[in-house]
Structure formats: C-alpha cells, structure tokens
Design a protein around this ligand. Structure first.
Ligand code: NAP
Length: 282
C-alpha cells in the first residue's frame, strides 16, 4: 500500500499510553498501523482512534507479542502490505505479578517487553530504511534506575522469581537495545531513541494491589500526559539528529550505569539473537 503520509507502526494501542499516542499521531495526519491480541478490542480501538482523530488511515492486525511466531506473522503482513515505515514505536509492555512461561518457553516479561520488540524491529527495519528519515522509539521506564539486569539469568531460572526485578530488568534491556541498535544504524537514515513516560495511570497496574491502584488513580499522570514524551520523539524536529539516547520529560538523561554499559549491550544483543534463532530469519 502506497501512502503519501508518514506511516507509523506502534504496538500496544488498545489501552493506556499507546492509545493516546496513536490518537495524537493520527490527528497529526500519520497513517497508523497497530497490533492487537484481541480482535474485538483492536477493532474498538481502531474505531475510537478514527473518531477522535478524524483520520481514516488506521489499520489493525492480530499479533500476540508473547508469541514470537505471532510477531513473525505480523511482520510478514506489514512487509506485504506497505512499501515503507517512517516510525516504529515499541510501546507495548506488561507487568505480571507472578512468573508466567509463554507457550514458546520464555519468561513472559522478558518475552513481551524485550524479545518481541527486538524481533519486530529486526524484521521491519529494512522498511524504515526506505523512509526519507526513520525513527525507532522504545518505551522504557524511569524504574530502570532501580533495576539490575542479570545477563547470566534473565529468565530467573537459577534464582527465585521477583516480578518487579523481572520488569525493571526488561526496561534496562529496552535502553541497552536502543543504544546498540543506534550504533549499528548510525550510517543510515534511522535514529533510535528511548524514553520514560513517567508514572501514568494505565492498565499496567491491573495486577497491582489496591493501594498501588488507588495511588495511581490519585497521583499519576493521565495516559495523555504519559504520551507526551513519545509524541515528542516521534514528531519533533529537535530530535531529528539525535540517536542512541534515553529521554525523560523531553530531555536527554544519562540513565543508570548499567543502561550505559555497551559491553553489556553487546552481550544482550548476542543473547537475544540466540534466544530468537528460530524466528529472526522468518
Ligand atoms: N504506566 C506507567 O506508569 C509506565 C511507566 C513507565 C513505563 N511504562 C511503559 O509504557 C508502555 C505502555 O504501557 P501502559 O502503561 O500504557 O500500559 P497498558 O495500559 O497496560 O498498555 C499496554 C499495551 O500493551 C499491550 N500488550 C501487552 N501485552 C501484549 C501482548 N502479549 N501482545 C500484544 N499486546 C500486548 C496491551 O494490550 P491489551 O489491551 O491486549 O492488554 C496494551 O495495549 C509499556 O512499555 C510500559 O512498560 C509505563
């Protein structure tokens, strides 16, 4: 499909920050493509984005990011239907209160928050090279400062599971992936950056206790406020030549020590490719 407007592929649009980001980018005239793991919710979100933005160019396809096979099918559809992508926003993410192993055998937070965006990006980045200037944006979190990525045991096979640590390490992985990918694409037309949206009252806390849910409702940002940083990285001319950086409140921030460790970034890259060896050439 040829499109005169910029084409933006964004994950996790059926609720929270992703939905608000998609509405605003559609309102600004972009052609939005997104995934859903539930067709009914996906079509309802599509209708809502069209209604609120006045833009009909909104396409949704099935993709469960907990399944690398599903990511492969999704990427295949995108490659078959569109000529290029201008922007890829890896926004979808989960926090689960207990250890869940996916059907393909991966720890679910590592799979959805890190392996799926890693794979999707690999499978579509050639399409972004066809855009005049492409942007890849990964949604990380400020909570990564409190995390530690144990590269020798990212799936908690050797130590007891801690759901918060599993989440925070996946958000460090988002930053390391951003920095390593930016380095490997630095001779191209593509920039790669990541961001923390702040504390936002969304579905991310659906498994949290009542106290956390209530505090989020009372004190956290609204999803629209939480989308500000992502919209900025997707649209602002100010960041057109910035790559490999981590943003908070529209400003470059250093990030944690581990998130700046390029040796760790390379190890994670190699490990992720190994994890995904059955899917990376799909
Ligand atoms: N909320 C915060 O305070 C906060 C802070 C820092 C960073 N973040 C990050 O912001 C991003 C967006 O999260 P949010 O806060 O907007 O949460 P949210 O409201 O729960 O939205 C998450 C989105 O990801 C999708 N998703 C989750 N698992 C999926 C899967 N297996 N397959 C396909 N789609 C899946 C969800 O789809 P369903 O509707 O099907 O569940 C939903 O559209 C995440 O990366 C999160 O880590 C959030």
């Amino acid at each position: 499909m040829k499109s005169g407007s910029q084409i933006c592929l964004i994950t996790g649009v059926t609720s929270g920050i992703g939905k608000e980001t998609a509405i605003e980018l559609a309102r600004q005239g972009m052609h939005i493509i997104f995934n859903t793991r539930d067709d009914e919710r996906g079509h309802a979100s599509r209708n809502e984005i069209i209604k609120l933005s006045g833009n009909q160019n909104v396409d949704v396809f099935f993709c469960d990011l907990a399944s690398m096979k599903s990511v492969c099918t999704f990427a295949g559809i995108i490659r078959a239907k569109y000529d290029k992508l201008d922007i890829l926003i890896n926004n979808a993410g989960i926090w689960t209160s207990r250890k869940i192993i996916t059907d393909e055998g991966f720890e679910s937070q590592f799979a959805v928050n890190h392996l799926a965006p890693f794979l999707l990006t690999h499978l579509v980045h050639d399409m972004i090279k066809k855009a005049p200037s492409g942007r890849i944006i990964n949604v990380s979190s400020g909570i990564h400062y409190r995390g530690y990525l144990d590269i020798s045991d990212p799936e908690f096979k050797q130590k007891s599971y801690n759901s918060i640590n599993a989440y925070t390490q996946s958000k460090i992985a988002n930053i390391l992936f951003t920095r390593y990918l930016a380095e490997s694409l630095k001779e191209t037309n593509i920039t790669v950056n990541c961001l923390a949206p702040g504390w936002v009252n969304t579905g991310l806390f659906r498994e949290a206790n009542v106290f956390v849910k209530l505090s989020a409702r009372l004190m956290a940002h609204t999803p629209r406020q939480g989308a500000e940083n992502t919209i900025f990285l997707a649209t602002s001319p100010e960041v057109a030549n910035i790559t490999g950086e981590y943003f908070e409140k529209k400003k470059v921030k250093k990030g944690s020590r581990q998130s700046n460790d390029m040796i760790l970034a390379e190890k994670l890259w190699t490990l992720s490719k190994d994890y995904l060896k059955d899917y990376i050439n799909c």
